[in-house]
Design a protein around this ligand. Structure first.
Ligand code: ANZ
Ligand code: ZN
Length: 798
């Protein structure tokens, strides 16, 4: 018998698939489509991570099964190749980012091919390819034209040493990721995208998609829908008012002061009335240097300053109450001002305690606690005519009573879309002294990145592009006068916000994708990826999709029908794999030593798909042995025989189990099933060719190379991937037999074979007729029988 030479066999089939374009997909209206998607990787210098392999294998199994079920499957691949690590590497080594990207994608491609994923390689895309980013820029222009892209002064993180704006993820514990200098805040004009205009739909339409519940919750939390009241508090001796947002208007009789955020316009407006302007201004200046997380986190000591010289009127009871400025109130949520109810809000309670502000109970609670606020519901007290009514019921009435308005608010904020970086899509606009901001005409897209020698940002914090005079200085497309290009580039999120659309029509030079192709291939039927992308990436791409839907350029409201997620693969011992710890497993080494099929099923067998699992080299050997056993069976058994009845039944059960398990992503249990079947087969050593072929078909999505080779050795000429997915023959399952253990008073007396699924009454009769058993009943009474279906029957006698 030939030994299982995985290197030779795997290379052979990978070549075969490539040459025969086995997994190429074309628009074919006669065939039902299925679109399966993984998050296209960022081609980092480290190469493929075993975590990529987990997601890719899962979707590969699903894709291969769907093909066998008769679907026209689109399972595409590409590169999300703009981004910081490449740029930083370019700076460090003076290698152009496109050279680094080419090297890395070549490596990733080789690695992915060596694992046998059934991608349609003819549809490979790359976000850094001008033919691709032309359309990323084009979508931006449409957003700009619809008023959804605008410029705004924003506070950014600034490293004073590197003289560079930092993204939030580049700030580690308040310091620059690269040089560890403490980060400062700076104001800078940034391009913004008005995603908040879509907040309501992004929230509501989650009802119509099949995402894992935890993913829906993440989306909903990020969007942060909140219903409540906007209520005006009049300023004493002034026509001005402060508008607050509250989710608890029922507590308004207990509002003993009002708090505005440091950025609130109110302070500027009433400057003249302030008795302590200096003190207030100083506080405001300091607050602006902290970020939101610092300002609002629970348990952090709250600070604030009273605005002296000003009082407001509580509209519920006419009381005069003070106004404070405090940084735990955020300017961009609600109205940037709150009514403080220390008796029923913990933050207000802490704040009132610290500054000696009055606390007034307005919701009755049975438990008396004095060291915290009662935040629950209950009957109103000290609330005038509303006394005695339940707080839940009274919210809208009280809002009306004080002249407020019932509103819906969202936590979601607009998307900061500018980066002062080189390695991203240039924002396709120019600035003209005469005409202002002018979009680049669509016919002139793409605005290509110019070649530069240095990738460092400029001294002013502008992107390196600002230094390329030849590129920056252009004619205004509108008036022909002198103009300058926008030098900000887009964030890495841009290219990945629409890539799944491009896969439907990758070579189109007239549109980002033809509507006909989109109507056929989209929406994505099943999208799997990491939990780290189920908030922002998912939200951003849903936003772009809805925008394109409104322009009637895509046929569906939502991009992804179904979204699932996998757990992480951790290093041996449960730590995160990282280069610095030296515990990263290189998939190349596993493929070389044990083979791609071993790596595939090992990763699927490690544990439940949605959970984190630790790498264990030892278990790989066990999986490899399983493959060798199947190999031996395929090469040495005589298949000119009939399959024994119970093995036949087990095979049908295995088909059923694996078919269902793939759908629920229970890959580990489907692999257990295969192993159980092989154990049984090795006992019987007899199986018909037809039945062994069925087995090969159902394992082929998991171990495609092994399955192709054995399928071929059995004399089949076509790829097993074009075979039909086996149907379960239920009749055979029912007809199968089982061995039942018979006990009397808990002692095993015999085992015997009978039909599967036999009911208790019939089984009892049968067993009583067996003399080895019935002799134990002589002169005794059967008090009770315990029956575990298809396994055991126990008679309790006395
Ligand atoms: C009075 C009140 C009494 C409140 C009470 C709560 C409990 P969510 O659910 O997150 O929407 N708030 C409003 N705007 C704020 C801002 N810009 N920064 C910080 N806090 C703000 O929370 C809404 C509640 O958070 C509002 O209801 C307000 O406090 C506070 F017993 O108003 B509440
Ligand atoms: Zn002009």
């Amino acid at each position: 018998m030939d030994k299982y030479d995985h290197l030779k066999i795997e290379r052979k089939w990978q070549k075969y698939w490539e040459k025969n374009k086995t997994f190429q997909v074309k628009l074919n209206p006669k065939k039902k489509k299925f679109y399966s998607l993984i998050e296209f990787p960022y081609p980092s210098g480290e190469g493929l991570h075993v975590g990529h392999v987990r997601s890719n294998t899962a979707m590969d199994i699903i894709s291969r099964k769907r093909r066998m079920e008769g679907f026209n499957v689109l399972y595409p691949i590409g590169w999300d190749a703009f981004g910081l690590p490449t740029e930083n590497y370019a700076i460090k080594t003076s290698t152009p980012p496109e050279v680094v990207t080419k090297r890395n994608t070549d490596n990733f491609r080789r690695q992915l091919k060596s694992i046998g994923f059934s991608f349609d390689w003819d549809r490979e895309i790359n976000t850094t390819d001008p033919k691709y980013y032309k359309w990323t820029q084009w979508v931006f222009l449409q957003l700009y034209k619809k008023g959804l892209a605008y410029k705004k002064k924003m506070v950014i993180n600034w490293c004073p040493k590197d003289k560079i704006g930092l993204a939030n993820e580049e700030v580690i514990n308040g310091c620059c990721e690269r040089c560890s200098t403490p980060v400062e805040k700076r104001e800078k004009e940034q391009w913004m995208l008005a995603i908040t205009k879509y907040a309501k739909r992004l929230d509501e339409d989650l009802d119509d998609v099949d995402y894992l519940e935890k993913i829906k919750i993440q989306q909903r939390n990020w969007i942060g829908k909140s219903e409540g009241a906007e209520i005006d508090f009049e300023i004493k001796d002034s026509i001005e008012k402060i508008k607050v947002f509250t989710t608890r208007p029922d507590t308004i009789f207990g509002a003993t002061y009002v708090v505005v955020s440091p950025e609130h316009e109110f302070v500027e407006k009433l400057k003249d009335k302030l008795e302590n302007f200096e003190e207030v201004s100083k506080y405001i200046r300091e607050a602006k240097n902290k970020d939101d997380i610092e300002r609002t986190s629970e348990g952090k000591e709250k600070t604030g300053v009273e605005i002296k010289g000003i009082k407001v009127i509580n509209p519920a009871n006419g009381e005069e109450i003070p106004v404070w400025v405090a940084d735990y109130v955020l300017v961009h949520y609600g109205t940037g001002a709150v009514m403080a109810v220390p008796a029923h809000d913990q933050r207000d309670f802490d704040f009132a305690g610290k500054y000696g502000l009055s606390v007034k109970e307005v919701i009755h609670s049975d438990v008396v606690v004095t060291d915290s606020a009662y935040i629950g519901q209950g009957k109103l007290v000290n609330s005038g005519k509303f006394d005695g009514i339940n707080s839940e019921e009274v919210k809208k009435d009280i809002t009306k009573f004080v002249g407020g308005k019932w509103v819906t608010k969202f936590k979601l904020r607009d998307w900061v879309f500018s980066r002062q970086r080189y390695w991203g899509e240039p924002i396709p606009l120019v600035h003209c002294d005469k005409c202002g901001t002018v979009p680049i005409p669509e016919k002139d897209l793409p605005v290509k990145l110019p070649k530069v020698d240095k990738y460092e940002p400029t001294d002013t914090g502008e992107s390196p592009l600002a230094n390329i005079d030849k590129w920056v200085n252009v004619k205004c497309p509108k008036c022909g006068g002198k103009a300058k290009r926008e030098t900000d580039t887009m964030p890495q999120w841009a290219g990945s916000s629409w890539y799944y659309l491009r896969f439907a029509d990758t070579t189109n030079s007239k549109k980002f994708a033809d509507l006909k192709a989109l109507k056929y291939f989209t929406p994505v039927d099943w999208y799997n990826g990491g939990m780290e992308h189920t908030t922002l990436h998912l939200l951003y791409s849903r936003f772009w999709h809805k925008f394109l839907y409104d322009l009637r350029l895509v046929p569906t409201k939502e991009p992804y029908k179904k979204r699932t997620s996998h757990g992480m693969i951790l290093a041996e011992g449960g730590e995160k794999m990282s280069k610095s710890k030296g515990n990263v497993v290189n998939p190349d080494a596993i493929v070389r030593t044990y083979g791609a099929d071993t790596l595939r099923i090992y990763e699927m067998f490690m544990g439940p798909f949605d959970q984190n699992v630790s790498w264990t080299e030892e278990n790989i050997i066990g999986v490899r042995r399983f493959i060798e056993r199947v190999w031996k069976i395929g090469l040495t058994y005589n298949f000119k025989v009939k399959t024994p009845k119970d093995l036949e039944g087990l095979l049908q059960e295995t088909i059923e189990k694996i078919s269902n398990d793939i759908e629920s992503m229970s890959f580990n249990t489907s692999i257990s099933c295969m192993m159980i079947f092989i154990n049984a087969l090795e006992k019987h050593k007899t199986i018909s060719r037809k039945d062994f072929e069925i087995f090969l078909k159902i394992v082929s999505p998991f171990v495609p190379h092994l399955a192709e080779e054995l399928w071929n050795k059995l004399g089949n000429n076509k790829s097993i991937s074009t075979e039909k997915w086996p149907k379960v023959d239920r009749a055979k399952i029912e007809k199968g037999t089982v061995h039942i253990v018979v006990q009397v008073n808990g002692k095993v007396r015999t085992t015997f074979e009978t039909e599967k699924g036999i009911d208790s009454a019939k089984l009892e009769d049968l067993v009583k007729s067996i003399t080895e058993v019935s002799k134990w009943f002589d002169g005794k009474k059967i008090i009770k029988t315990i029956h575990i279906k298809d396994k055991l029957i126990n008679f309790v006698v006395s």
